[in-house]
Write a protein that binds this ligand. Structure first.
Ligand code: DGL
Length: 291
């Protein structure tokens, strides 16, 4: 039995022969493009593959088990495409799947490759951004109910008071190109009013879902003055640069040709049309299947 197990693990370790390749960026849909854009601006020389599981988005209200299964399939696909490092540019996947992938899957697939999330880099900057030390997290139902932000902040900055607000309609509004509609006004105002009534001392609101930067105009419109709204992209990019400085062995594995590929599980045309809202240049997109 031990022999068989060894063999399976050994096979797993040999699963990906490629030892250099691009950075993979994954999200349930388009939201991760807000993170990808900041990373690419900060590190334009690297190669990237973006994968959006648009056919199954949104993930926000899906169970732990389903988010883990879908995210695992996506990471596996990015590894098969040669990615050496994958960023889960999705808070829901970071909250529900990151730890299991790091602890259970990576050692079997390839112990040298890495998967990183977006929650930790966001939490790291909170103490320097907030004056009142009262912070609000806006996220999907999955991210808020996982309590990932409160737990991480509690470990790093126990003096910060955290209030979470699930905004289940916000990602679907963005995913369906309705982020500038009267419906968006209604749902944005509703959740901002609620979180500020729960803790009126909040001075920083974290956009804890990578789709939400598309709603930032409306969010600012309905907030009282003096509240900072924090999208994550630039902090994730800063943190990635810092990570690669601290891990030259990973940095050496990443190819640099300035190339970007875009993969989606939905229609390629739909993705490239919608992506033009997030990115300035037109892009070519490939439709793939990951399940
Ligand atoms: N953009 C994702 C996040 O950061 C997921 C949104 C969704 O699929 O519900 O949580």
């Amino acid at each position: 039995m031990e022999g068989i197990l060894c063999c399976i693990i050994k096979e797993g370790r040999n699963m990906f022969s490629q030892q250099t390749g691009p950075i993979g960026i994954f999200d349930s849909g388009y939201g991760g493009l807000t993170v990808f854009d900041k990373i690419r601006q900060a590190m334009p020389e690297y190669d990237y593959i973006y994968l959006g599981d648009n056919a199954r988005a949104p993930y926000g209200q899906r169970s732990f088990e389903v988010v883990y299964r879908f995210t695992r399939q996506a990471v596996l696909k990015l590894f098969e495409e040669g990615c050496q490092l994958v960023i889960l540019a999705c808070n829901t996947a970071s909250a529900k799947a990151l730890r299991s992938i790091q602890q259970l899957d990576l050692p079997e697939w390839d112990a040298e490759r890495r998967v990183l999330g977006v929650i930790r880099p966001t939490v790291e900057i909170m103490d320097r951004i907030s004056t009142t030390k009262h912070i609000g997290i806006l996220g999907t139902s999955g991210t808020i109910s996982s309590q990932s932000y409160s737990l991480e902040i509690g470990k790093m900055f126990p003096h910060i008071k955290v209030t979470g607000e699930a905004c289940p309609m916000w990602a679907p509004l963005v995913e369906n190109n309705e982020f500038d509609s009267p419906g968006a006004d209604y749902f944005v105002k509703k959740h901002l009013d609620h979180i500020l009534s729960v803790d009126p001392r909040i001075d920083t609101l974290v956009l804890g879902c990578t789709h939400y930067p598309l709603l930032i105009g409306k969010i600012k419109q309905y907030l009282p003055a003096g509240i900072t709204v924090l999208p994550q992209g630039e902090y994730v990019a800063e943190s990635l640069i810092d990570y690669l400085n601290r891990h030259p062995e990973m940095n050496r594995r990443l190819t640099r040709g300035g190339e970007c590929r875009f993969l989606t599980t939905e229609s390629a045309t739909k993705f490239s049309d919608a992506a033009s809202v997030f990115l300035n240049d037109p892009i070519e997109v490939e439709q793939i299947s990951i399940d």
